[in-house]
Design a protein around this ligand. Structure first.
Ligand code: TRH
Length: 369
C-alpha cells in the first residue's frame, strides 16, 4: 500500500484544513492509499468533522491517520509521496530524511485553485531543491484538462441528483436542520466573509415581491445579520425569513448547497462544492492585500460565462463584482434574480462538462504512474 504524507498549516479560516482533509479522505476511500495528514491546528478540522478529538496527537478518522504537527517534529518514516499543501514549509528534519532515502519520495506542492491562464503552464513544473538531491513538483488544481483538476469524490454528482429529485430526502434534511419549509420561497444559503454589501442585499430580500428563505450557517457574516435584525427572534421581515444554523459538518454542508436555489460561498473549497451543487452561486473570493484576487475572480468569470449571452453575463458579472466590492459597489438583486433561471441552466450544462474531466485526487495518483 502506497504511503502518503500530507502536510497542512492552518493559515486562517477553514480552507487549508478543508481541502487537505477532503483530499486525504478521498485518497483513502477511493485509491486505497495509506494517508497520514499532518495538521498544525486541529480546530478547523473539528468543525468540519466533529468526530475529531482535539486532544489527540494521533487519531484515525475515516481511515486517515490524523497527526498533530508539532513544532518539534518527531523522527518518522518518510512516505512514498509527500504533499505540502499551499506551499507550507515541511520540517527540515523530514526534508533531510527524504534526501537521505535511497529512493526519494515524490514531493508535490499542491497549490491554490485559480482559473488564470498561467496556471496550465506552471502545472507539473519541477523545482529542484537548491542544495539537496530532491525535486519538488508544482501541482495546480484547475478547470481545464491541462491542470490538476478539481476535488470531486466518486459518485458525488449522482448523490446530489438523487437528493435534488427526492422531496423525502430534502424534508428529512430540513427536519435535521430544524428548518420549516416555506412553499414557493426562493431558498438561498449564505456563507462568506464580512461584507459591506450585506445590508443592501438583506433589504432587497425584505422588499422582494416573493418570499425568500435564507439559510445561514455560522460564519463571519452572522454578526452582520444579527445587527440587521437585532437579537430578537424570529428573523422575519417583509418577504425575508432567515434561519440561523450552526456551522455544519462538511457532508451536511454539501446537502445545504444541494437544497438551495442559489448559494453564496467563499474561499476555495465551498466555491468548488457550489459548482458541484449544480445551482447558481455567488463567490466571495478570499481577499488579498494587493487586490490580486480581482484578476482571479475575473479569470473564473471569463471561463464560466463564455457561452452565456451578453445580458446574463452582465447581470452575473455586476452582481459578483458588487458582492466583492469591485468597481461600482451596489448590488442589483432584481437583475440577478431575473437572470437566475438562465444562469441555472447554464450552470448545470457547464458543470456537466466539468465532470467529464478527471478529478484532482485521481490526477495526483496517476501523475506518479
Ligand atoms: O474558510 P475559507 O474562507 O478558507 C479560505 C480559503 O481556502 C482561502 O483560499 C485560503 O487562502 C484561506 O482559507 C486560508 O473558505 P473555504 O475554502 O470555502 O472553506 C470552508 C470550508 O468549510 C468548506 O469545506 C465548506 C466548509 N463548511 C462546512 O463544512 N460547514 C459549514 O456550515 C460551512 C458554512 C462551511
Amino acid at each position: 500500500m502506497q504511503r502518503w504524507d500530507i502536510f497542512c498549516t492552518v493559515v486562517d479560516n477553514y480552507g487549508d484544513a478543508a481541502v487537505t482533509w477532503r483530499l486525504a479522505r478521498q485518497l483513502t476511500a477511493e485509491h486505497s492509499m495509506a494517508i497520514r495528514l499532518w495538521i498544525d491546528d486541529l480546530r478547523p478540522l473539528a468543525a468540519l468533522y466533529p468526530g475529531t478529538d482535539l486532544a489527540a496527537d494521533r487519531q484515525i478518522l475515516c481511515g486517515v491517520e490524523v497527526r498533530r504537527w508539532p513544532a518539534d517534529f518527531p523522527a518518522v518514516d518518510i512516505a512514498d509521496v509527500v504533499i505540502e499543501a499551499f506551499a507550507c514549509d515541511i520540517p527540515d528534519s523530514y526534508i533531510a530524511a527524504m534526501a537521505a532515502s535511497p529512493v526519494p519520495p515524490r514531493w508535490i506542492n499542491l497549490e491554490y485553485l485559480s482559473a488564470e491562464n498561467w496556471v496550465a503552464g506552471c502545472h507539473r513544473l519541477p523545482s529542484p531543491h537548491p542544495r539537496l538531491p530532491l525535486i519538488k513538483q508544482f501541482f495546480f488544481p484547475g478547470f481545464t484538462p491541462d491542470t490538476g483538476g478539481l476535488l470531486r469524490e466518486h459518485g458525488l454528482i449522482e448523490r446530489r441528483r438523487a437528493f435534488q429529485t427526492s422531496s423525502a430526502l430534502q424534508a428529512e434534511f430540513r427536519t435535521q436542520l430544524g428548518v420549516t419549509h416555506i412553499p414557493d420561497a426562493f431558498t438561498v444559503s449564505l456563507f462568506g466573509y464580512e461584507n459591506p454589501a450585506l445590508p443592501e442585499l438583506l433589504q432587497a430580500w425584505v422588499d422582494n415581491a416573493t418570499p425568500i428563505c435564507c439559510l445561514l450557517p455560522d460564519s463571519r457574516l452572522t454578526p452582520q445579520v444579527v445587527a440587521f435584525f437585532g437579537d430578537g427572534k424570529p428573523w422575519q421581515r417583509g418577504s425575508l425569513t432567515v434561519h440561523r444554523l450552526p456551522f455544519l459538518d462538511q457532508d451536511s454542508y454539501d446537502k445545504l448547497l444541494w437544497l438551495c436555489d442559489m448559494n453564496f460561498v467563499r474561499g476555495e473549497d465551498s466555491f468548488v462544492r457550489a459548482l458541484w451543487a449544480g445551482r447558481p452561486f455567488v463567490w466571495h473570493i478570499y481577499p488579498q492585500t494587493d487586490d490580486a484576487h480581482h484578476a482571479k475572480l475575473d479569470a473564473f468569470l471569463a471561463l464560466y460565462a463564455r457561452d452565456l449571452d451578453d445580458a446574463a453575463t452582465a447581470s452575473l458579472t455586476d452582481f459578483w463584482h458588487g458582492w466583492n466590492q469591485i468597481g461600482k459597489q451596489t448590488l442589483n438583486w432584481q437583475a440577478w434574480q431575473a437572470a437566475c433561471p438562465q444562469i441555472r441552466q447554464h450552470h448545470e450544462a457547464w458543470v456537466n462538462q466539468l465532470t467529464m474531466q478527471t478529478d484532482l485526487a485521481t490526477n495526483l495518483v496517476r501523475n506518479g504512474q
